[in-house]
Design a protein around this ligand. Structure first.
Ligand code: IMP
Length: 442
């Protein structure tokens, strides 16, 4: 059975980790193909909570091989910390995970650069990155001459490479900061990173070979997107994006698997919208409604702990990203968070200069200046966290889901009503929301 993929349709944090964990059963491989330690994926199984940044969410399932492919940028101390903390909980990552030798390394200078570039840009132009060195690492990857890949850490010329790069980085960083020196010490970095390499070496391999063999052998592969489609470097709300292709278009470039092999794409969206960091957010509710959503959804970043900006569901944006990523179905998450509201707004279109538009604008100024057009739907005011089937949901909650499905133009396959694996309603192909509501109307 060809490949399946889970991608975020918004600005990240859509609860993709839960979906990946749910879908991992029966898969041969789970693949992380872009992003780095900026991601934060939470998997909850009963009382066990796993917070993962680097490691694919399939790691909890025995018998699944997890791959980190060339499109990912890796921070060695962070990934080792994660490996060790999983080991303490009885999960031997070294037997369940392989890392591509082609994946790039986030080096200490990238973190310094991220911090510095962030400080040099103020006000509404500030991207508000996670400060994990992601952008500078991808910039060096594209620039090529000063990049280091995981496979390079175990090459004999690694020390010389670091010395050359550090000499250049020191000049750049000193010039930008106005300081005479930077904290970079080439010899200390060489020793530290060679020690990391030794620990990671058993996992470093050519994942392209593994994946292309798996394709030939028709194995079940699940691809796990990080961040969300609106943060995609090419197709998102540029420049307020991350530095990788975090929409569906990144699956092939990041993993090395041909695009025509991806058969099923599940687009994950919250029942409302959130965003962390700077940038336009048309449906943001910087008011008590937004605060209510933040409180109910515990909307604070898994990676940075920052409060997330909260707002209403934006169907224009979600329809755009579902089409962009070729979503074949949708997972609607965090429906329980809206349970106390009397009414819920949904953005169905935008207005720019008095003109109604239904497409997602490419320009950041248009996104800042537009006015959302809302439709208001009645709430349900019943706790839905115990719902396990459509019959357990109040009709208004099903109507809300159906409205979103219609606006996105893709069938909803999952409704999530809480963080646990069990708090999920799966809608089979012969049980559409439309038919369900029609039957109830009779
Ligand atoms: P960077 O990826 O650290 O460069 O940050 C760029 C933008 O993407 C910032 O607005 C971050 O808050 C956002 N971002 C990066 N990773 C995530 C994520 O996993 N979830 C939500 N937002 C993210």
């Amino acid at each position: 059975m060809p490949g399946q993929c889970v991608i975020g349709l918004q600005w990240g944090d859509e609860a993709k980790g839960k979906l990946v964990d749910l879908l991992t059963d029966g898969k041969d491989l789970v693949v992380r193909y872009q992003g780095g330690a900026n991601a934060g994926h939470t998997v909850v199984i009963g009382d066990d909570v796993y917070k993962l940044h680097h490691i694919p969410s399939g790691i909890i399932n025995e018998g699944v091989l997890n791959l980190i492919t060339p499109g990912v940028v890796i921070n060695p101390p962070t990934i080792l910390k994660e490996i060790n903390s999983l080991a303490e909980r009885g999960i031997d990552v070294s037997t369940r995970m392989k890392i591509s030798q082609r994946a790039h390394v986030v080096m200490p200078w990238h973190v310094l650069e991220d911090k510095m570039w962030n400080e040099l840009v103020s006000g509404e132009d500030n991207i508000g990155t996670t400060l994990r060195g992601i952008g500078p690492c991808y910039a060096d990857k594209i620039g090529r001459s000063f990049a280091i890949r995981i496979g390079d850490l175990i090459q004999p010329d690694f020390p010389e490479r670091v010395r050359k790069i550090v000499a250049v980085k020191k000049k750049v960083l000193s010039a930008a900061s106005g300081a005479d020196e930077t904290a970079l010490d080439a010899e200390a970095i060489i020793t530290e990173y060679q020690a990391y390499a030794q620990q990671l070496e058993p996992m470093i391999t050519d994942t392209n070979r593994i994946l292309l063999d798996a394709v030939d052998e028709n194995k079940d592969i699940l691809f796990e997107g990080a961040q969300g489609s609106l943060l995609d470097i090419d197709h998102g709300t540029f420049p307020f994006v991350t530095s990788s292709n975090s929409s569906g278009v990144g699956i092939s470039t990041g993993s090395g698997v041909p695009g025509n092999w991806i058969e099923k794409v599940i687009g994950v969206t919250k029942s409302y919208a959130t965003r962390v960091g700077g940038g336009p957010f048309p449906t943001e509710q910087d008011n008590e409604k937004g605060q209510h959503i933040r409180d109910m959804g515990n909307e604070y970043g898994t990676t940075t702990g920052r409060p997330r900006r909260c707002g209403w569901f934006d169907a224009v944006a979600a329809r755009y990203t579902a089409r962009l990523g070729g979503a074949t179905s949708v997972a609607l998450t965090m429906l329980d968070v809206l349970s106390e509201l009397e009414s819920i707004d949904v953005c169905v279109a935008y207005e720019i200069d008095g003109e109604r538009i239904e497409h997602f604008p490419a320009n950041v100024n248009d996104l800042r200046n537009l006015t959302p057009v809302y439709e208001s739907l009645p709430g349900w005011q019943v706790d839905v966290t115990g719902a396990r089937s459509l019959d357990d949901l109040p009709l208004n909650a099903v109507r809300y889901a159906r409205k979103i499905e219609t606006l996105i133009g893709r069938p909803i396959e999952f409704i999530s009503v809480g963080p646990d694996r069990a708090q999920t309603i799966r809608i089979s192909q012969d049980e559409s929301l439309e038919e369900y509501l029609n039957a109830k109307a009779v």
